[in-house]
Design a protein around this ligand. Structure first.
Ligand code: P6P
Length: 397
């Protein structure tokens, strides 16, 4: 009976989040509305990825990347306009498709980015978006935002009639990589969407400062992995839960409740091809993994080269994922706002931790939209080991 009851008592991601949000006295469903639009984007991309090879969506879109230059524009009625007039045309006719990563674009990247930008704008719950595919932040036109009041009006409303509080919406900033690991698209290796969500402080005066917040201000983060199955892993600050897309229902069903990462792992995950450029502590840590001095068995190396897949395995099996700085890239490769912060938030929520080589990853203070940072994340004890190696290096320096 229990199995039958569970089979018919479907815990979808929307129901799960409504339950969680219900525990917040002030919540009015805004976050649930925002999340439902993110979920819609994930379902669309999952469908497109599964057909990519057939639909000839793979292969280069023939576009070369656009290096990050200006930092702001406004997204209104699905047109991108810089403050003060139409933005200078991106190198592509499609304004949702400029890339900053220095990599050739693939059609699926372009499509995924456009789907997420439009889904997030149409949620009516976002003020500003940061995408790995857009060189500038996208400021949603005020007309497309939810109902909002400025703090003074809010104070008046608050004291005049508590009920009126229900008339305005919380608004959010979403930082996302619509299709991370895209270099793996053509060979069918798992890829994914990564997102982090912040609350907007002053809805009527949204600036880049609302975006350049430390990771400790994250209110929710997650990723959707498009692999043998489509798995969405999410935390809203009360632990981590995993949902698997049931294509027959078109619903994400709770399959991994309350994920906790093993305290210590047997796997390390790093691109050893960069070994000649590593700094001392990273080199020493990897050496320890391969040639343990304490008689323990060597650890296994698993590296997929798609952050979502490597992090998902680390979360479920334990171990440590490393993308260190090296002499070529002093800040490493991964982007703070839409790779390092969301994955670090999830790791901490699952009982693990995330470190940059200098500090707790979530305490980084980004200064530019596409800032990079080294990152070591995973099982608590494994990250402690590398923290000790960096600490001893700095104490002897
Ligand atoms: P490398 C994919 O391009 C990505 O941004 C992450 O998904 C992945 O972890 C990393 O780069 C892989 O980089 O230098 O090892 O190929």
């Amino acid at each position: 009976h229990a199995a039958e009851a569970q089979r018919t008592d479907l815990m979808t991601i929307t129901r799960h989040v409504l339950n969680e949000q219900g525990r917040h006295p002030g919540s009015r469903g805004d976050f649930t509305i925002l999340l439902s639009h993110i979920v819609l984007g994930c379902k669309f991309v999952a469908s497109a990825v599964s057909k990519a090879g057939l639909a000839k969506l793979i292969g280069l879109a023939g576009e070369t990347n656009v290096q990050a230059s200006k930092q702001t524009n406004t997204f209104t009625n699905h047109k991108l306009h810089a403050p003060g007039g139409p933005m200078r045309p991106c190198p592509h006719h499609d304004p949702c498709s400029s890339s900053v990563t220095g990599e050739e674009q693939k059609k699926l990247d372009v499509l995924s980015n456009e789907v997420f930008v439009k889904a997030l704008v149409s949620s009516g719950r976002t003020c500003v978006l940061v995408s790995e595919e857009n060189e500038e932040a996208i400021f949603v036109d005020p007309a497309l935002r939810g109902k909002s009041v400025n703090p003074v009006t809010l104070a008046v409303l608050f004291f005049s009639c508590l009920l009126l509080l229900l008339l305005f919406d919380y608004l959010y900033c979403v930082c996302f990589d619509p299709l991370d690991g895209s270099s793996n698209i053509d060979c069918g290796v798992s890829i994914g969407t990564i997102f982090g969500i912040y609350m907007i402080k002053d809805k009527d005066n949204v600036t880049l400062e609302d975006v350049l917040q430390p990771g400790t201000d994250t209110i929710a983060a997650g990723y959707c992995m498009y692999g043998s199955s489509c798995t969405l892993v999410l935390s809203t600050g009360n632990g981590v839960n995993g949902f698997t897309l049931d294509p027959s229902l078109g619903e994400f069903i709770l399959t991994h409740p309350n994920i906790k990462i093993p305290k210590k792992g047997k796997i390390y995950s790093v691109n050893e091809g960069n070994a000649k450029n590593w700094d001392g502590p990273t080199a020493k840590f990897v050496e320890k993994c391969k040639y343990p001095q304490d008689g323990s068995p060597p650890r296994s190396l698993r590296y997929i080269g798609s952050m979502v897949a490597d992090v998902h395995r680390t979360l479920l099996y334990g171990g440590i994922f490393l993308y260190p700085a090296d002499h070529k890239s002093p800040n490493g490769k991964l982007r703070v706002l839409y790779e390092v912060f969301p994955m670090s938030f999830l790791m901490e929520q699952a009982g693990g931790q995330a470190f940059t080589g200098k500090q707790r990853a979530l305490e980084l203070a980004p200064t530019k939209l596409h800032d990079r940072s080294p990152v070591f994340l995973g099982s608590y004890d494994d990250v402690e080991e590398i923290k000790a190696l960096y600490a001893s290096e700095s104490s002897t320096a």
